[in-house]
Write a protein that binds this ligand. Structure first.
Ligand SMILES: [Zn+2]
Length: 263
């Protein structure tokens, strides 16, 4: 069986569980970028016992068959959730940025991850030990409601992505994917290689090169080695499939509807 390509976690050499975490005191006094953390009451933040964690490119947060020991709240950066098949073929089923809580399936009863989740664009975030987060979840209060709301948003994104992969062209999907990445990092410049894009879109690298070349010729993007600049956002949205707007609008509602969080 061909094993999927696995990028080594740069922290793995530390030799202890969750190494290199920086303990941060008075977390409830912090200003967060993560949409969920922004809305949690200070006492909930304190009970989660958050620790800052660096999330460099390639850092694996979950891997198929591995246990899920911690919950992660992304502050900066983008993670990809992928499905990996026995032949090593890998395709993205969801993106996660500063709206995300990663590892939530463990609180729903999943003991071992079914997906590979790793950082596509590096950043940092906060971590909570799963037993601590689960205890807070079982209080069935604000953190519980926020987590379920995020899971619903993630489900909608995954369902839309599954339909998109089956129905829409590589050009449409690339435009969708670039726009969703740009929205999450708040920047038009994305440090992404063609190889990563091919993995995420489930196509060959040569297909990515051809389609990216067409987008550049039309003045929609500009790319150099390892970096893609979105030049014309409106133009990209015009050629993207409807899936971009479905996912974007749902993520916006996740951020806007404070009443849904009991905030
Ligand atoms: Zn689509």
């Amino acid at each position: 069986m061909i094993q999927p390509r696995r990028i080594a976690c740069p922290m793995a050499s530390c030799g202890v569980r969750l190494p290199c975490l920086e303990k941060v005191g008075l977390m409830s006094m912090q200003t967060f970028k993560n949409i969920v953390l922004q809305r949690l009451h200070p006492e909930v933040i304190d009970r989660l016992e958050l620790q800052r964690v660096e999330l460099p490119v390639g850092r694996e947060i979950e891997f198929p068959g591995s246990g899920i020991a911690n919950l992660f709240f992304i502050e900066e950066g983008i993670a990809s959730m992928t499905v990996t098949f026995k032949d090593g073929f890998e395709v993205e089923v969801a993106l996660a940025g500063p709206e995300a809580i990663l590892g939530t399936s463990c609180m729903m009863g999943t003991r071992r991850s079914l997906n590979r989740v790793y950082m596509q664009i590096g950043g940092y975030g906060y971590s909570s030990v799963m037993s601590v987060a689960t205890r807070e979840f079982k209080r069935a209060e604000q953190f519980h409601d926020l987590t379920l709301r995020y899971l619903q948003a993630q489900f909608i994104q995954s369902a839309q992505t599954a339909g998109c992969n089956a129905r829409h062209s590589v050009e449409q999907r690339m435009a969708r994917w670039l726009l969703l990445c740009s929205d999450r990092v708040g920047d038009r410049v994305l440090p992404l290689s063609h190889e990563y894009m091919a993995d995420m879109l489930g196509v060959t690298r040569s297909s990515v090169t051809v389609v990216a070349g067409h987008l550049q010729e039309r003045g929609l993007i500009h790319y150099t080695r390892g970096k893609i600049t979105l030049v014309d956002l409106a133009g990209l949205e015009a050629i993207s499939c409807e899936c971009y707007r479905v996912v974007r609008d749902h993520l916006r509602s996740l951020a806007d509807r404070d009443e849904a969080y009991g905030a």
